[in-house]
Design a protein around this ligand. Structure first.
Ligand code: FES
Length: 128
């Protein structure tokens, strides 16, 4: 018997889904989130920049792989960039623009997230 192919990953989520307290993420660090929505899953990560957050779909524009090879390991040691663990692409944390590695000028897909009263929620529009 052949198992059915898995459903493709989602690249967006409904607004207003609580993800947890902002303090779950240290400044200039990131955290992985997987949301089950119906039969499909969304894989993303949230970067904390002080009291602000940025979210991205966990898919590198270079080869389409999830960026982190270890859980929550999305940032360079100095916290200056998001780094892909496969071929070394570097991205600006506030825009997702690739500034180094094999996909210069490429971008991470934004995942709208926002902070309200110290809690992170999925948002309506990309925050730029
Ligand atoms: S898959 Fe990310 S740099 Fe190649």
């Amino acid at each position: 018997m052949i198992a059915p192919a898995p459903a493709p990953r989602l690249t967006a989520t409904p607004a207003g889904v609580p993800l947890g307290a902002l303090d779950l993420i240290a400044d200039r660090k990131a955290r992985n989130f997987v949301l089950q929505i119906g039969e499909r899953r969304f894989h993303g990560f949230v970067v904390r920049l002080g009291e602000r957050v940025r979210g991205y779909v966990d898919r590198c524009p270079h080869a389409g792989l999830p960026l982190a090879q270890k859980l929550d390991d999305y940032m360079t040691t100095d916290g200056a960039h998001i780094a892909c663990g496969w071929h070394g692409a570097l991205f600006k944390p506030d825009t997702g623009l690739c500034v180094g590695g094999p996909c210069p000028g490429g971008r991470l897909t934004p995942w709208p997230v926002e902070v309200r009263d110290g809690m992170i929620f999925t948002g309506m529009e990309p925050v730029r």
